[in-house]
Design a protein around this ligand. Structure first.
Ligand code: PMV
Length: 272
């Protein structure tokens, strides 16, 4: 039996913009998927699993057992983590870059035309600055509260819907550039430990995602408002939107725990 493990993630800043060549700032979270792969007579598995297995050099059939701590359909990177964990199980010792590349088979099946940020952060861990496929590790650390909106959704429909609206709405491209700029600024804030600045960047990014890109929804607005009302330094939707989760920035671990208690979310630490 061969085991592979990989973490979920949150996008701190730059979701959607990253699909159009802007940067994103993303962080692995301490919620994991573990897969166990065993040789079997047949490979009765999704095509993407088989594609990962074959490219990883696994020749025969296989059976897969999946154990997940990452809520599905919440923008917390469950499909990317599954892809990275599969790559690691099929090819123990594979490099970070290779794990991220193999995981793209599953991302493409689930997301349509993914930027690649999700598998990259799951494979690298920590916090990354992702720009056009290139990954830079980012220093600094912070505590967040993740609050699920209660609405599950698929990334594909949100991303493709935006691509369609973008053809006729010039506000979208302007918002995308602003979101990319916020990801650049957010990186500096995190590295400098400027949590006030990072919190403001969260709030501003959320406004662009809601008003410019139109990817928020009532339940996400409620989640972001609840995080702010509970004392978050800033809050935003994370991932594709249209449902999924919101994140609120906390001052420290205890503060993240307090916000989690008040809102029903959960606290996560990011970075080194
Ligand atoms: O899967 P999600 O919800 O984390 O969305 C991924 C982030 C997007 O920027 C919306 C899409 C992408 O491929 O980068």
């Amino acid at each position: 039996m061969s085991v592979g493990r990989a973490p979920g993630k949150v996008i701190l800043l730059g979701e959607h913009a990253v699909v159009y060549g802007e940067p994103a700032l993303a962080a692995a979270i301490d919620r994991h998927i573990q897969v166990s792969v065993e040789p079997a007579d047949a490979a009765d598995a999704p095509d993407a699993f088989i594609a990962i297995a074959r490219e990883a050099g696994w020749t025969g059939g296989f059976s897969v057992r999946i154990e997940s701590q990452i809520p599905y359909g919440n923008g917390l990177g469950s499909s990317a983590a599954l892809g990275v964990a599969l790559a690691r199980a099929f090819k123990p010792g594979c490099s970070v870059e290779e794990a991220a590349r193999l995981a793209m088979h599953l991302e493409r099946a689930v997301h349509g035309k993914p930027s690649g940020v999700d598998p990259a952060v799951s494979a690298h861990g920590g916090v990354i600055f992702f720009l056009k496929g290139a990954v830079e590790r980012v220093g600094g650390s912070a505590w967040l509260c993740v609050l699920q909106s209660g609405i599950e959704r698929g990334t594909k429909t949100t991303v493709l819907g935006l691509a369609e609206r973008r053809k006729t709405d010039p506000v979208i491209d302007r918002s995308i550039r602003s979101l990319g700029e916020l990801a650049r600024q957010g990186r500096s804030f995190l590295e400098l430990g400027d949590l006030r600045g990072l919190g403001k960047a969260f709030d501003t990014a959320h406004s662009y995602l809601r008003d410019g890109l139109g990817v928020s929804c009532l339940e996400l607005e409620r989640a972001a408002d609840a995080l702010r009302a509970a004392g978050a330094l800033g809050a935003k939707l994370t991932g594709a939107g249209g449902g999924g989760a919101a994140i609120g920035l906390a001052r420290d671990q205890a503060h993240a725990g307090e916000i989690a208690e008040k809102t029903g979310g959960f606290a996560v630490g990011i970075g080194s």
